[in-house]
Unconditional design. Sequence first.
Length: 346
Amino acid sequence: QEYYGKELQKLEDLKTNACVTSARPLAKAVRDALERVHEEVVARYYGCGLVIPECLMSCRILDLGSGSGRDCYLLSQLVGERGHVTGIDMTEGQVRHGAGSFPCPPGIPPPSFPSPSQVEVARKHIAYHMDKFGYQKPNVEFLQGYMEKLGDAGLADESYDIVISNCVINLAPDKKAVLREAYRVLKPGGEMYFSDIYANQRLSESVRKHRVLWGECLAGALYWRDLYSIAEEVGFSSPCLVTASPITIGSKELEDIVGDCRFVSATFRLFKVPGSSRTGPGQVIYNGGIVGHERELVFDANFTFKEGEVVDVDAEMAAILRSSRFAEEFLIRASGANTASPQGCC
């Protein structure tokens, strides 16, 4: 709360590039949507990836650690006026001290004034964005609360189609509680699509307790193999890796503290697959109906579906497509007895 509410006031205050989105090409629809987001919201944004999945029209989306609301306002446009986006963030306003443009006389302390929290910045611009998007009523809301305790914020079971998160799960001491809560609020067939920081080993106590490294999203990074075991324990499908890129720290002092540990920014997708959808491997044909992905749908690092092309998928991917919002975009049929099973999405 202190680091993000008080010390970080703009992107330039970051001391590493962990919380900076890599400069990957953006789809035109996303670029256009981003241009309509208020500049103050963009200036207070920290994230390590792009958490904009496909096939979003009319979806209900929850953003864990929504910050100033950039991703929420992007998604607000992509789900349409009939969709809905909820952002939840733990940051509270901090009291800052400073004289501003009026120096104080000797012996008189500078005045105190509140620094707006991330949630306050997001809420302040709701009316601006709804007018910009041409919506009659808001399709976004911002809550102050903890992603480990979504029930305390009034979020009900099976109430969202998609849960997103952008570089904040590493800030939660109890990652399993975060994934368990995300699983609870997702509808059957729902998806958790999130970017975060991962380490190539379990971190030492000295690294995990370093204040700046924690605030910069490194000290709380999950050992990447642990994501797979936690996801399985909670009930999710095996994690599907979408993208990954290395993190550079750029500070000799901080590099000496982390030693030989290496970090990556990675985007994964997890699905809440009902047991009734789990059968066997299959063959799928993408119909090209997703706006912006008509020719091909790059689902993850292993599966790219081209319009009209028959693709053999394993049992887990067949169950994901059959039970999720993607079901209407594919023709799905059981594989023949002699169809080889390809590598799974993990």
